[in-house]
Design a binder for this molecule. Structure first.
Ligand code: PLP
Length: 362
């Protein structure tokens, strides 16, 4: 057995993957309605959403769905990227609307102090930014942006707030209402630790009102008006969903409940992240995330050169069967990442750090 410590897909517990092996049902059945209603209501409760949907597709599909339903061609969207996934968010925004982009430095985080003047000028520009879009947990660097204070301020300027929470939830503190968030997405292969293939989205009342009143949106499959209409009719999805994955997600929610729900899950992730940083720092590695912006779910660190990073990664895989991944951007050559995301076992994380220590000494 190998140990997978990549930031998604994360290992899936047997009981979660086994949940997929039931006899198939039709998605036009009462049984499916019950399943989907359960998923939607638990998701709504967990993230504090007015409405929630589970889409068949990866996290990026969920993010694109939020953008295309909530932003129109002439809308200006303020984007604050600070890594690869923030850059992808900008690319997605540019397909459907116009962006104002302020690129943060790789490894550094966004907080209100840094974002305030960007929000002020975007709100005051002749185009008047109507939306703020930002990644909560920049997976490529292991950086957590302080979205709560940023979204609170953006909302005070009349903006709608869209959050890519794909690698943040449920290992990072979050509630849409408390965080002033109008639209949120996460991916099933990340912290909820189900198999890949589902995007979980949450919407505020304001976001729902915004897409509901549109005459058209530039998509058929991702048109949230269809999802809303079908859900209201019989708690089903407009097209055939990945039924087996939905069963797995239901079990993943059970596990989340059993593990004490959100506060316990956030604490478990936070403690793991502190442990990983401490061990890496004691081995002399540099940590990619700026102090105060460290991710709960993935830690990025850098080695003295690219060859050392390559050697560590390949020896971990070949000698210890432990899989970690490299970093991106500025740290793409000498950076590595260890994920502590989902239903991870601390023993595996310790084994990885012990192995790195041994590799360094060998
Ligand atoms: C922050 C973030 N956004 C977007 C994505 C894209 O998600 P997916 O690969 O599920 O489409 C990822 C995937 O790692 C991510 O970490």
């Amino acid at each position: 057995m190998s140990i997978l410590l990549a930031p998604g897909p994360v290992p899936v517990l047997k009981e979660i993957s086994n949940a997929q092996t039931k006899e198939m049902i039709t998605h036009r059945s009462e049984e499916f309605s019950k399943l989907y209603e359960d998923l939607v209501s638990r998701l709504r409760k967990y993230v504090g959403a007015q409405e929630a949907y589970v889409l068949t597709g990866s996290g990026a599909l969920g993010l694109e769905t939020l953008i295309l339903n909530l932003c129109q061609k002439d809308d200006v969207v303020l984007c604050l990227p600070n890594g690869e996934f923030g850059d992808h968010l900008v690319t997605t925004v540019n397909v459907y609307a116009k962006s104002i982009v302020h690129r943060g430095i790789d490894g550094n985080g966004w907080n209100l102090e840094r974002a305030k003047d960007k929000i002020d000028s975007a709100a005051a520009s002749p185009n008047n930014a109507k939306v703020l879009a930002i990644v909560y947990n920049e997976t490529s660097m292991g950086v957590k942006n302080n979205i709560k204070e940023i979204c609170k301020y953006a909302k005070s300027k009349g903006m709608l707030t869209i959050i890519d929470g794909i690698s943040a939830w449920p290992g990072t503190e979050f509630n849409m209402q408390e965080f002033y968030v109008d639209a949120f997405v996460t991916g099933s292969q990340k912290g909820i630790a189900a198999p890949p293939g589902m995007a979980l989205i949450g919407l505020s009342a304001e976001a729902v009102a915004r897409f509901s009143k549109r005459d058209s949106v530039p998509s058929y499959y991702c048109d949230l008006r269809r999802h809303k209409k079908r859900y209201e009719l019989d708690q089903q999805t407009p097209n055939t969903p990945a039924v087996t994955l939905f069963w797995a997600l239901q079990k993943a929610f059970d596990v989340l409940d059993e593990k004490g729900g959100l506060p316990a899950t956030v604490k478990r992730h936070h403690e793991a992240s502190e442990y990983v940083r401490k061990r890496l720092a004691s081995m002399g590695f540099g940590l990619i995330a700026e102090k105060g912006f460290e991710s709960n779910t993935v830690t990025g660190f850098f080695t003295k050169d690219a060859d050392t990073a390559k050697m560590i990664k390949s020896k971990l895989a070949s000698e210890y069967k432990i899989k970690i991944v490299g970093s991106r951007g500025k740290f793409k050559d000498n950076g590595l990442r260890i994920a502590h995301m989902g239903n991870f076992d601390m023993k595996n994380i310790e084994a990885c750090l012990d192995a790195i220590e041994k590799i360094l000494k060998s």
